[in-house]
Design a binder for this molecule. Structure first.
Ligand code: MRU
Length: 362
């Protein structure tokens, strides 16, 4: 997708196939910088520190991380060490485990000599499949937007939370892909962008993406959604997901559940958009089973931004001595979810409907 007038993906291998390039998302929106990953500890650090983030992208980065490990040392010991180091970086998004497991099974039966090249090939395939899945999510979701917009004599207002755009995937994104495709269909729309404290993925990343693609949008504080819905200013909510159970419970960035409650109370359709790599087919009850990441309280007590002189700085928000806790995600029960937009079509948020689209998981 476009940023500063140029097309990018979020991750790409070197032409020699032994290094991996990423966009440093901690520097956005004020600076666009890329980084090079040369080994698996660098990939693990990039995931942990959210230099790359978003469920689909961390799945792909994890796979490339294993490929980097195998290019330095193709042994089983090296593979296992890198697998565990990468897996423990972030616990909630299931795409990470999925990407790592897929890479491991692609190389397990190969000779040591064959492993690194095969691993890079497989990581590349995972990345391409993610692009194709997000592209298809975009097409299915755009039809849904078209349907919702058809009787409106004004732009359709869509609210989104966090960043589930192309920066969270390899290209297109999940929740934002339908929006990008709808714009290409000529649908008149406007996006409400939740700022998404504490890391502000909405205010910094979603806004930056939408600006790059010339999509009309307005950034709002996280608590504004309910008020907007009560006043008829939201026609549709589309969010992403970090893990969705086979029963349709949607885990997503903290604050999503409150948006779903407000949407339910105001009869606003609430959709989650996700590739099937985000579905945890082993889990049934999202609230009790999905591990919720708790991050450094400093992300709550401090905030970063650009000063008028252009320098990016971090400042303290809370009084010293106050405790803070930083829960990364919450779970929206399936009963509050109107539907799931997947690469195979839009499904009701329950097991039978999901299995109909993905019968291999019966
Ligand atoms: O903590 P992050 O930024 O990695 O959070 C993940 C997300 O971007 C969101 O929860 C998103 O809505 C789902 S990932 C497409």
């Amino acid at each position: 997708m476009r940023m500063n007038g140029q097309n990018y993906r979020t991750i790409w291998p070197d032409s020699d196939g032994r290094r991996v390039h990423i966009i440093d998302q901690t520097r956005l929106p004020h600076h666009f910088e890329t980084r090079i990953l040369e080994d698996y500890p660098a990939a693990a650090t990039a995931i942990k520190n959210m230099v790359v983030r978003g469920a689909p992208l961390i799945g792909v980065t994890g796979a490339y991380g294993l490929a980097l490990a195998l290019s330095h040392d193709p042994s089983d010991v090296s593979l296992q060490r890198a697998y565990h180091a990468l897996l423990e970086t972030r616990p909630t998004a299931v795409n990470l485990k999925w990407g790592l497991a897929r890479l491991c099974s692609a190389v397990a039966a190969l000779s040591l000599k064959e492993r690194a090249a095969a691993a890079f090939m497989e990581a590349g395939r995972i990345a391409e499949e993610d692009v194709a899945a997000c592209d298809a999510i975009g097409d299915h979701g755009a039809q849904l937007i078209k349907e919702q917009a058809k009787n409106l004599k004004r732009p359709i207002n869509i609210l989104t939370h966090c960043n589930a755009g192309w920066l969270a995937a390899v290209d297109w994104g999940t929740a934002l892909a339908p929006i990008y495709k709808a714009v290409r269909l000529g649908i008149d729309l406007h996006i409400w962008v939740d700022e998404t404290r504490p890391r502000n993925q909405g205010a910094s990343l979603t806004a930056c993406e939408l600006l790059g693609e010339n999509v009309p949008h307005t950034v709002i504080v996280d608590n504004a959604g309910g008020h907007l819905m009560q006043h008829g200013l939201v026609d549709l909510v589309i969010v992403g997901s970090d893990r969705t159970t086979r029963t349709g419970d949607v885990c997503n960035k903290i604050g999503t559940y409150l948006k779903a409650l407000a949407a339910y109370d105001n009869d606003v359709p609430f959709y989650a958009a996700l590739p099937s790599s985000t579905i945890d087919w082993q889990m049934r009850d999202g609230v009790s089973e999905i591990p919720i990441e708790e991050r450094d309280p400093r992300e709550v007590t401090h905030i970063s931004g650009r000063q008028s002189d252009g320098a990016c700085v971090e400042i303290e928000l809370t009084p010293r001595g106050s405790n803070a806790r930083n829960f990364g995600f919450d779970v929206t029960p399936a009963r509050l979810v109107t539907g799931l937009i997947t690469e195979r079509g839009v499904s009701a948020a329950h097991e039978a409907a999901l299995i109909k689209l993905f019968p291999q998981h019966t």
